[in-house]
Design a protein around this ligand. Structure first.
Ligand code: SF4
Length: 457
């Protein structure tokens, strides 16, 4: 039992960084109503599942969880059960209410409001805490809580995700996100900057600005600042050491943004630009809005302006109609572009998308798996060769946590580093001498400051 709070909440999160950010906010908001965090759903008075439906596998996991929560709810009818995120979407609630009548509250992505209202309406809040907040309205307290870390992250978390663009209006043919997260909306820059300042004051040292197409930040606002302008303002916030942003779209990554990455000292040389396929016909079927040549030209521009930047991408294998020869274009693109990280997924048809309505999922699972394995093997080779340049160099690591009797952190270009060191180093920037390199991580030891020797990444 949490000593500070009479009631407890448990949030189970699956999926993307956006969901993690939404869960963080909801946790802090529940704390304003007198609920403390617990890792055990069996002990909780409120349980929330924050869901993802980007792939069928993720959706199946949610149904499994709902099954076990139904059993807990039968045993403890007072338990408040909330379902949040992309399974609920912006208009799926009525169908879900019918399917899962034991769930009390349904919440769209990024909107914990219905649960907070439910707890207040049903008199399920902790009165003492509410009285402590008597100098300001509860509505303000809940609003402010969106900018603070929940108790289980306070003093422990070094990095935080900060959504800056919600939803997406692009409608790639395979993607369910626009149907579930709604159209694109940017948050006002003052809100975003206030949140980052507040997080810095609570010990956060690195922020990741999030959007489905983050480069489009501000296009729907009258403020006249784009992502580059937002980065410039965030760069001035004391206490923040590093700033990252994801996910970019090849059509929206302009030179102004590349200049911002090159010139702003806290913005990391780390770009996430999904290509999805190296074949033009598949890209057209995916409705991505660019050709493979466009992407090659973009990478030339990125590497001319930011030669040390890590370039990460996403690839889908086995999209509807993808032939072996078309897949090999993707393979050859990966060989040529030597990405620093590739998130490879096998195509999973999603309800209501154009791909499901107008195309046939005709690549067998065995073939999808074979193609994926080929890309995994290739990427391992690429990274083994690329990471060799780190051997015997000094890199700057932002330390995140202890792990297996060593410290764990990342370089500015987002490589994972484990190293030996003495005192508590969490949240510090530490120079590390790299003694061992592998495809997925680097191992080294802490050195004294020697900025001149640091590898320029
Ligand atoms: S850009 Fe395409 S893949 Fe990304 S969220 Fe929007 S629709 Fe989905």
């Amino acid at each position: 039992m949490n000593k500070t709070f009479g009631k407890q909440y448990h949030i189970w999160t699956i999926g993307c960084q956006m969901n993690e950010a939404d869960s963080r906010k909801l946790g802090a908001q529940l704390e304003t109503l007198g609920y403390g965090p617990t890792p055990d759903p069996d002990e909780a008075d409120v349980v929330v599942l924050n869901t993802c439906v980007v792939r069928q596998q993720a959706e199946n996991k949610i149904y499994g969880r709902l099954g076990s929560l139904k059993t807990i709810k039968q045993r403890r009818p007072d338990l408040v059960l909330g379902l949040m995120g992309c399974l609920v979407g912006v208009k799926e609630s009525p169908a879900l209410q019918e399917k899962f009548p034991f769930v009390d509250v349904f919440m769209s992505p990024s909107d914990g409001g219905p649960l907070l209202d439910y707890l207040q309406e049903h008199d399920l809040c902790e009165a003492v805490l509410l009285q402590e907040q008597s100098t300001r309205s509860l509505r303000d307290a809940i609003q402010d809580a969106g900018n603070v870390l929940p108790l289980d992250q306070r003093g422990a978390a070094i990095t935080a995700h900060v959504p800056v663009v919600l939803g997406c209006s692009h409608a790639c043919s395979f993607c369910i996100i626009p149907y579930r997260r709604g159209g694109e909306r940017s948050r006002p820059s003052a809100d975003v900057l206030r949140e980052i300042e507040s997080l810095a004051g609570q010990g956060i040292r690195e922020v990741m600005l999030l959007g489905q197409i983050v480069d489009r930040y501000g296009l729907d606002l009258d403020e006249g600042i784009g992502l580059a302008g937002l980065l410039a303002r965030a760069n001035k916030i004391d206490g923040i050491h590093r700033i990252r942003f994801l996910t970019s779209h090849p059509n929206w990554m302009n030179d102004k943004l590349l200049d911002a990455v090159a010139e702003l000292d806290k913005v990391c040389p780390h770009l996430e630009v999904p290509v999805q396929s190296g074949n033009d016909e598949v890209l057209a079927n995916m409705r991505r809005g660019y050709t493979s040549d466009d992407y090659y030209r973009l990478v030339d521009r990125i590497r001319a302006r930011l030669p040390q930047a890590a370039l990460n991408t996403d690839i889908i294998v086995g999209f509807s109609g993808e032939t072996d020869e078309q897949f090999m274009d993707t393979y050859r693109m990966m060989q040529r572009l030597q990405f620093d990280k590739v998130h490879i997924s096998t195509y999973s048809p999603r309800p209501k998308t154009v791909a499901v309505r107008k195309m046939t999922d005709n690549v067998t699972m065995a073939e999808k798996t074979r193609r994926r394995q080929m890309l995994d093997d290739l990427q391992k080779e690429v990274l083994t060769a690329k990471n060799a340049r780190y051997q015997n160099t000094l890199v700057e690591v932002l330390v995140e946590k202890p792990e297996k009797e060593r410290w764990f952190g990342r370089t500015p270009d987002n490589r994972l580093v484990y190293f030996e060191g003495g005192e508590d180093l969490v949240g510090q920037l530490v120079p590390v001498q790299i003694d061992w390199v592998g495809p997925y991580s680097l191992i080294g030891r802490k050195r004294q400051h020697a900025n001149a020797e640091l590898l320029a990444v």
